[in-house]
Design a protein. Structure first.
Length: 223
């Protein structure tokens, strides 16, 4: 079956979204009127609340349960088979909480995009908000990046920064960062689908004619 749509000689890109949980980032993508077709949402957790949201949007859902597999290689093979059945141009990790094997990442080189709740390369891995608070940083945020086999270290597409408040808890900080995730993630996918970003030989993201902001976020505010 051909999952790509041909419109007036323009091929509409097709994406597959991978989730593990709530799916609020996936929802932001589904509601962003992106210039692509969402072919399917795949979860490694059968009870991920995001699956229901995807169904409400009329998107096909699939479950590839990591618990049914003895190791990462075997899980990633089934995941790849499932993904390939949709022939997507892009695979989007929207709160997908599995570490992927180098083999899987290589198979989808430059076609895998992730969102991470920190200003990478700071705070890769888990518990990013608690660790930022522990360190007393004044600015924290989120990053959308291409995935490489170095976990959370691939080429950065877009970042958003928020100020850290004195009375923040991991939960309040996470909520403010998540609001920004919902803004920058659709933007990054739109850029990809419109061909506005590419990768340099040195592995950096190049942008086609985009405005560079002149403003600075200073936190706390200066007097
Ligand atoms: C988001 O904050 C996302 O950045 C994070 O999980 C959350 C998923 O929320 N992803 C990672 O930590 C990946 N390493 P959501 O399911 O509501 O989109």
């Amino acid at each position: 079956m051909n999952h790509k749509l041909e419109l007036a000689n323009v091929t509409v890109k097709s994406i597959v979204i991978l989730i593990s949980g709530h799916g609020s980032n996936m929802r932001a993508l589904l509601e962003a009127d992106l210039p692509c077709r969402v072919a399917a949402v795949i979860s490694n957790q059968a009870d991920a609340p995001g699956l229901e949201i995807a169904k409400q949007h009329g998107i096909s859902t699939r479950i590839v349960a990591h618990l049914n597999h003895p190791d990462r290689e075997s899980f990633d093979s089934e995941l790849a088979l499932c993904i390939d059945s949709y022939q997507p141009d892009l695979i989007v990790l929207a709160g997908f909480m599995r570490i992927l094997t180098a083999q899987f990442v290589t198979r989808y080189q430059n076609k895998l995009i992730n969102i991470h709740p920190s200003l990478l390369p700071a705070y890769s891995g888990l518990h990013t908000h608690a660790r930022a608070l522990q360190d007393g940083v004044k600015i924290h945020g989120c990053t959308v990046h291409f995935v490489t086999s170095d976990i959370d270290q691939g080429p950065i597409i877009i970042q958003a920064a928020v100020s850290v408040h004195m009375d923040d808890t991991p939960a309040t900080l996470a909520a403010r960062v998540l609001q920004q995730e919902h803004r920058i993630f659709p933007q990054a996918i739109r850029w990809f689908c419109n061909g506005d970003i590419s990768l340099s030989a040195g592995g950096k993201v190049l942008m086609k004619g985009l405005e560079q902001p002149g403003s600075a976020l200073i936190s706390p505010e200066m007097e």
